[in-house]
Ligand binder design. Structure first.
Ligand SMILES: Cc1cc2nc3c(=O)[nH]c(=O)nc-3n(C[C@H](O)[C@H](O)[C@H](O)COP(=O)(O)O)c2cc1C
Length: 440
């Protein structure tokens, strides 16, 4: 008797993609292509606002299916089309999920095809928001997102970066398509391997393998962490910097073979392997230690140095009730500007000087000014507004500014930011060394 044959049944995955009316809607065209490459069947619902940004015609050409736009479509609704759309799929993805769509979902509305499908579905839902940073940070949006998460909706992003609006940057960008694909694959739980390789994300920088010791024989100075400026022997002025990004950069530089000195403010992180760590407390000590670590080929100033210190810290603990009306008066004075000082050195200036800019508003404009004012070669700018989770957290979304322009990197771990930054610094170092030799 013949043994029963095992037949492998390939069941294609089906995604309903709801496209909302945001400026990032055009990115859905690429998202559809990448999903189709993975043999995922994509059916698209477009809100009426979405049709102002991209046309159903281009979407339909890519999906090879008709596009659903109208709740009151007689042909579809004869068979209760919105219920079928909601059920005949494995996953619903909303991209870009607009602030308005998130609000309607959180409120349980069903006043158009998109929200009716979302209310009727029993399938997992992935929302990928994109909007202006102020819209994202608005308490109403944050409340709606918290509600949706509590309701079991998966919310992915948004990322930090430059906005379509001129001069605007912050958290609000649609995640890059490869990141959305990874999340979709995770939620579909199958093997949607691409039949052709997806292109690298925009602004990707080539990574040197950590095994390639491309910085052997080179020296790198990194500063990290906060500084503490004493008020008296027990009190000080500080900030929320954790030092994680600077420590990750020092570790990445060491992995590339560089001799690394890490000048660290007070943090509770272990010394990175193969790195010479100099621990300091105040900005003045940090400057002194940084100067002592020269010469260096690359200097990266990731520390959050206090701008001011108390002019005359008290040698004894200030007693309660001291000063006018029982409150002591603190006179502040400016701290040395470590980045500017080192970047303006005539002799022993590192060939490549990289500063960090942590801002809570108009990030890119501030960073551009900082690049000029401080005399740095590059500025790595990040948005440390409350809610971004960047200060003290494990991820970061940065813009890299140089005379050549601005690159916005997608949200990634601080280790990945460090790897990319050091790979880029190593790749471009010879250019800066030549320029430095010519300048001296
Ligand atoms: C030019 C322009 C760009 C817009 N971009 C966004 C955006 O990126 N994110 C967003 O939430 N709303 C954006 N809006 C507002 C939405 O289009 C508007 O709230 C609309 O009602 C959303 O409808 P929908 O959620 O049904 O797609 C934009 C509006 C205009 C005119």
């Amino acid at each position: 008797m013949l043994a029963p044959q095992r037949v492998k049944i390939f069941v294609a995955k089906r995604v309903v993609l709801i496209i909302g009316g945001g400026i990032a809607a055009y990115k859905c065209l690429d998202l559809i292509r990448r999903l189709r490459e993975r043999e995922v069947q994509v059916r698209v619902v477009m809100t009426s606002a979405a049709q102002h940004f991209i046309t159903p015609l281009s979407v339909s050409a890519l999906t090879n299916e008709r596009v659903f736009t109208n709740l009151f479509d007689l042909d579809d609704e004869r068979e209760i089309g919105h219920i079928r759309l909601a059920r005949d799929c494995d996953l619903i993805v909303i991209a870009p999920a607009t602030a308005d769509l998130l609000a309607r979902m959180a409120g349980g509305h069903a006043n158009d095809l998109a929200t009716s499908v979302l209310l009727a579905t029993d399938k997992p839902v992935l929302a990928v928001p994109a909007m202006n940073p102020h819209m994202w940070m608005n308490k109403a949006t944050q409340r709606n997102v918290a509600q949706l998460k509590a309701d079991g909706v998966h919310v992915l992003g948004p990322a930090a970066g430059e906005m379509a609006e001129r001069g605007e940057a912050g958290v609000g960008r649609l995640l890059e398509v490869p990141q959305i694909i990874t999340a979709v694959e995770g939620l579909l739980g199958g093997d949607q391997t691409a039949k052709t390789a997806a292109p690298p994300p925009p602004h990707d920088v080539s990574l040197a393998s950590p095994r390639q010791h491309v910085l052997t024989g080179r020296s790198v100075l990194v500063t990290a962490g906060p500084t503490h400026e004493p008020i008296d022997p027990v009190r000080y002025i500080a900030n929320r910097s954790s030092g994680k990004q600077g420590y990750a950069i020092a570790a990445a530089a060491a992995r590339l073979g560089a001799r690394v000195t890490l000048v660290s403010g007070p943090v509770s992180l272990p010394d990175p392997a193969g790195v010479d760590v100099v621990r300091v407390v105040t900005a003045a000590e940090m400057l002194e230690a940084a100067q002592a670590a020269l010469p260096a080929d690359i200097a990266i100033f990731a520390a959050a140095v206090a701008d001011w210190r108390v002019a005359k810290p008290k040698p004894e603990k200030i007693k309660k009730g001291h000063g006018e009306a029982g409150v002591p008066k603190l006179t502040l004075t400016e701290n040395p500007d470590i980045l500017k000082t080192i970047a303006h050195l005539k002799r022993r200036r590192p060939a490549l000087v990289i500063g960090f800019a942590a801002e809570t508003q108009t990030l890119v404009a501030h960073a551009r000014r900082k690049l000029k004012r401080k005399g740095a070669d590059w500025i790595v700018a990040n948005d440390v507004s409350p809610g971004t989770g960047i200060m003290g957290g494990d991820h970061n979304a940065v813009h890299l500014l140089s005379a050549a322009g601005i690159e916005s990197w997608p949200d990634m771990s601080k280790d990945e930011v460090a790897e990319r930054l050091m790979a880029r610094a190593a790749a471009d170092l010879s250019h800066y060394l030549t320029a430095r030799t010519a300048a001296e």
